[in-house]
Design a protein around this ligand. Structure first.
Ligand SMILES: NC(=O)c1ccc[n+]([C@@H]2O[C@H](COP(=O)([O-])OP(=O)(O)OC[C@H]3O[C@@H](n4cnc5c(N)ncnc54)[C@H](O)[C@@H]3O)[C@@H](O)[C@H]2O)c1
Length: 425
């Protein structure tokens, strides 16, 4: 059992010490006494927060109590940690790092965010994982980036990664992620999304004295479908419609339950639809780009009026890193793009951008002529709309890219990487 000290200070004076038991998050009141009634009340309320919210050491940094006492004396309580959470994240296990968002996340951490620790990317390399996505990263950061081919549903394989690389943090992307595939082959979704997450949680629990954070990457699809009004908040009840969203919902429940039952430091994020570079060409946006370029029919489900909130993938990666650094442990954050669009609008926008970028050959109509409505998929949710005000207000994150700028960047990337996307094959 590891005991760590947290000092509660007022300007220039140490007024008390709260001993946090890192194993179970309990706090000892005995040394947490103040000199005045007001101080004592503050200590008491701090301890209440710590107990009620299952805070562990690295969560405490998120409490900023800055206040004025009733008698008018400027009164500030800050909590100073022996070590900061970010400094503690030295060896991050990224699962599914060869997929769409995982690739973008690893690239963001190493190329832009200035992360100085190690990233261990564990990926099974299913059809959706492409190790080529990170070849340049492996060359440029040989000491910081390590790839291990591993299946998260194989506990032995994951255990040895924990042992070999002294993992202290997990950012969990690995999943079967395509709704259409979940309708025809749900078994793979149960195995990876539920059993795989359970395996990671068990290892995290068994090594909890060394663990800093388990961040679980999830989706807004767990909330089900909305009517014309309203938004998903972090308190919306789960109502998944597809085997994919049901398996993600199960994994979210497991992560939350492990946090509550075992006092483990976890964060969860539920994001809306992503688009951007490196998305496997079976998903809507790359399919539209590929077919529009090859002048093949562009399939659109049903009447095309299903609404999704669209988020540029780099904005998602920044949001995840923000939550990992500053998010309150045990909490969930919705991530959105403030960008609800009907599918048909997405298709037409991409066709129009391509028509502007690549002039049409004479005799050929605009690319929107290629739009072909196809039979709707079963259980197709009508509308997703996400309220991410918690992330915006508490952690100061907002998406930077508009739909138009993000989509232009995405199309430019696919044009420059046509072989990757199988466009010119
Ligand atoms: N794409 C989106 O719009 C979106 C939106 C919200 C949340 N998410 C979530 O983000 C995460 C990543 O999504 P994505 O779009 O990058 O998915 P993806 O399908 O592009 O990539 C998934 C990656 O996980 C790997 N993988 C699959 N099964 C594995 C296993 N058993 N063991 C180890 N690795 C395995 C694959 O090889 C692949 O590299 C998922 O958890 C998904 O639910 C995605």
């Amino acid at each position: 059992m590891k005991i760590l000290d947290v000092f509660v200070v007022m300007p220039n004076h140490v007024h008390g010490i709260i001993i946090i038991n890192k194993t179970n998050g309990s706090a000892d009141t005995t040394s947490a006494t103040g000199n005045t009634d007001v101080e004592t009340q503050y200590f008491a309320s701090l301890l209440r927060i710590i107990r009620n919210e299952h805070y562990l050491l690295n969560q405490i940094r998120n409490i900023h109590l800055i206040s004025q006492s009733k008698n008018g004396i400027p009164y500030t309580i800050k909590i100073i940690l022996v070590q900061e959470c970010e400094e503690l994240m030295k060896n991050i296990l990224v699962t599914g790092g060869c997929g769409f968002i995982g690739t973008n996340f690893i690239r963001y951490l190493l190329l832009e965010a200035g992360f100085t620790g190690k990233i261990i990317n564990a990926d099974k390399l299913t059809y959706a994982g492409n190790p080529q996505n990170l070849c340049d990263i492996a060359e440029k950061f040989p000491k910081q980036y390590i790839f291990v081919k591993a299946d998260i549903s194989d506990i032995k394989a994951i255990s040895s990664i924990f042992a070999d690389h002294k993992i202290d943090t997990i950012c969990h992307f690995a999943a079967e992620s395509h709704v259409d595939r979940s309708i025809t082959q749900p078994g793979a979704f149960i195995k990876t999304n539920i059993i795989g997450t359970y395996n990671l949680l068990e290892l995290f629990r068994k090594n909890s004295d060394k663990m800093v954070l388990f961040h679980h990457v999830s989706t807004d699809e767990v909330y089900g479908s909305l009517g014309n009004e309203g938004f998903f908040t972090e308190n919306t009840a789960y109502k998944p419609s597809s085997p994919y969203s049901a398996s993600k919902a199960s994994s979210d429940h497991l992560v939350r339950a492990y946090s509550i039952t075992y006092g483990l430091p976890v964060t969860i994020s539920n994001s809306s639809n992503n688009y951007g570079p490196y998305q496997f060409p079976e998903k809507l946006v790359p399919v539209i780009i590929r077919n529009a370029l090859r002048r093949k029919p562009i399939p659109v489900y049903g009447d095309g009026q299903n609404i999704r909130d669209w988020l540029f993938v780099k904005d998602h990666c920044k949001a995840i890193w923000t939550v990992m650094q500053k998010g309150v442990r045990g909490k969930t954050y919705n991530i959105g793009g403030a960008c609800e669009k009907q599918n048909i609008h997405v298709v037409k926008t991409i066709c129009n951008i391509l028509d502007d970028m690549i002039p049409l050959v004479s005799g050929k109509g605009p690319r929107t002529d290629l739009i072909t409505f196809v039979k709707d998929r079963p259980g197709h949710d009508r509308r997703y709309g996400i309220d991410f005000s918690k992330l915006k207000n508490e952690l100061a994150w907002t998406p930077k890219e508009s739909f138009e700028t993000g989509m232009k960047k995405t199309i430019e990337w696919y044009l420059a990487n046509q072989r990757w996307a199988g466009i010119n094959s």
